[in-house]
Design a protein around this ligand. Structure first.
Ligand SMILES: [Zn+2]
Length: 293
């Protein structure tokens, strides 16, 4: 089974109204990225995945903060509705602001709606990932077996503090919450080695490979670090839809050694790449299909 652990909830149910399309031409060099997509667009793009984990990010102005617009009052409802439409192929994560007073109330409401994990982007949401409110929320997640997928690493958003997504911050989180399931997105790009140093020592900390293939050297360097440190079994497949889709992510990983032609540099073994593509992400994160645990 192929599980894509990192996809953003499509922005529109049936149709993207004329004039609402958001297109970014500078995000990747081979094609523009359309961040406004319908449910059908998602299914078409993500056909290579048997199951996808989907989420929004809880911010006041999603279009300005992440480039992916959604109604900020329906951050979690939009994801829950999308998942309920095809629960055999979709798993929904909530997103909350750990510093807001109704954070736990909203998390409880999301669990009732069938959302079984959490997406946080401390840099986008502008909260200190080691601050008291965040730590209190991680404790709640650990108690209730809710895995957290953290955005990690770079972001082009000028106001998003990089120190909040530096992979070694996640080591601090895992030291305090050893039973919490964590996914470090994008292998912390470009800090793949720091991510590898973190996932190898914490049994419940994983990393996803979403978007990294778009930067061939970072992808190679990060995957090779995982090989050399013996922790490729902690890597999970992800696409970061709509930045890329699952099929592109798989092809990108399989092409990781292409830049080595004519060199004596060590290769990333292809059987390890296949293992990442077929990683049992649901077991790793304690999830089952259909929202049940
Ligand atoms: Zn993402």
């Amino acid at each position: 089974m192929i599980v894509d652990v990192h996809a953003h909830t499509p922005t529109h149910r049936d149709v993207v109204p004329a004039g609402e399309a958001c297109v970014f031409t500078s995000w990747r060099t081979d094609r523009p990225v359309v961040t406004t997509n319908t449910w059908a667009d998602f299914d078409g793009a993500m056909s290579a995945a048997d199951v996808a984990i989907v989420f929004n990010i809880a911010v006041a102005d999603p279009a300005a903060t992440t480039g992916i617009p959604h109604d900020p009052d329906r951050t979690n409802d939009a994801t829950a509705e999308f998942v309920a439409n095809d629960p055999a192929r979709r798993i929904g994560f909530m997103s909350v602001d750990p510093t807001s007073s109704d954070c736990l109330e909203e998390a409880e409401r999301c669990r009732e709606m069938g959302l079984v994990g959490v997406k946080l982007g401390p840099n986008y949401q502008n909260f200190d990932p080691l601050g008291e409110p965040a730590l209190a929320f991680y404790a709640y997640c650990e108690r209730n077996a809710l895995p957290i997928l953290f955005h990690q690493g770079a972001s082009p958003i000028r106001t998003a503090p990089l120190r909040y997504t530096y992979p070694l911050v996640t080591d601090e989180v895992a030291l305090r919450f050893p039973e919490l399931r964590i996914v470090m997105a994008h292998m912390g790009h470009p800090w793949g080695k720091e991510t590898v140093a973190t996932i190898r020592k914490h049994p419940h900390v994983y990393a996803d490979v979403s978007s990294i293939y778009l930067r061939p050297w970072v992808c190679y360097e990060s995957l090779l670090a995982a090989v050399e440190w013996g922790c490729t079994d902690k890597l999970l497949l992800g696409s970061d839809f709509p930045i890329a889709n699952t099929g592109e992510a798989m092809a990108g990983l399989r092409g990781v050694n292409r830049i080595l032609e004519g060199t004596a540099l060590p290769r990333v073994p292809s059987e390890l790449i296949e293992r990442i593509i077929h990683a049992d992400a649901l077991s790793a994160l304690g999830l089952t299909l259909g929202g049940a645990r």
